[in-house]
Design a protein around this ligand. Structure first.
Ligand SMILES: C[S@@+](CC[C@H](N)C(=O)[O-])C[C@H]1O[C@@H](n2cnc3c(N)ncnc32)[C@H](O)[C@@H]1O
Length: 235
């Protein structure tokens, strides 16, 4: 077993779950809106993602680590016929997403206020049409590399739940992480990089809303990369 994989298999969640105390309105949303949108892990068997939504959905898209939820909310507003599942263990981020959901009146968002991995493992094979992992924590120290979300443990998790031809979108402003994510995803037999032209991965596509981390990166003078992969058809 390589050093890359061992500790993550115990599914320890790294990173913080709480930040500053929440304003009253946001903590209120955690009590009133979250229980209506929260996805519970099934005790046994698989979770049918389409059944989570009140109305039939054309497809289900999945975001890992939505942060403040700007991207997820904008995607959900732009694609009302798609059901969205977003996972974020940082509760201040969850409260921020809930505010977007309320302000925009979104009915096609469901929330996992926790680690994405157990819910990914509870989904059936080939049920997700698009997945987003945007500006994941870079964990710059070599000894922490196994904590990076995109890597040997989670790429098979994502490949299993993605439909044939589904898109996996990754972004980062960290050079080391961009090389790491590209190398691991490129090498993975289930994914193909869809870059067209030399600079394709430098430009955020029009249907890819900005995230808070992207904005912070650009303000700080860092240039993000936007990587798009296709889930190869199953044999
Ligand atoms: C650097 S932030 C980026 C947030 C957002 N995507 C953005 O671009 O603004 C990374 C986020 O991933 C979340 N995260 C880390 N590990 C996770 C996991 N296993 N499942 C779900 N979210 C995770 C963290 O809590 C954090 O909010």
């Amino acid at each position: 077993m390589s050093d890359d994989t061992a500790p993550q298999q115990r599914m320890i969640l790294y990173g913080r779950r709480r930040g500053r105390p929440l304003r009253k309105q946001r903590s209120g949303l955690l009590e009133t809106l979250l229980p209506r949108l929260e996805v519970a892990l099934p005790e046994t068997g698989r979770l049918d993602p389409a059944s989570l939504f009140d109305r039939p959905v054309r497809d289900v898209w999945f975001e890992v680590g939505f942060g403040g939820g700007e991207h997820l909310a904008a995607q959900a507003a732009a694609n009302p016929d798609i059901g969205f599942i977003g996972c974020e263990p940082f509760i201040n981020g969850v409260a921020s997403l809930l505010q977007h959901v309320e302000v925009l009146g979104l009915t096609n968002v469901r929330v996992v206020p926790d680690d994405a991995r157990p819910i990914l493992d509870a989904l059936p094979d080939a049920c997700i049409g698009r997945a987003f992992v945007l500006f994941p924590d870079p964990w710059p120290k070599a000894r922490h590399a196994f904590r990076r979300f995109i890597g040997p443990d989670n790429l098979p998790r994502l490949a299993r739940v993605l439909k044939d031809g589904a898109e996996l979108r990754l972004a980062t402003d960290d050079r080391q992480l961009s090389r790491w994510m590209l190398e691991h995803t490129w090498r993975h037999p289930d994914f193909a990089w869809t870059a067209q032209g030399a600079d394709d991965w430098r430009v955020r596509p029009a249907d890819w809303p900005e995230t808070r981390y992207e904005r912070k990166a650009i303000e700080a003078g860092r240039r993000p990369v936007f990587l798009r992969f296709r889930r190869r058809p199953r044999g």
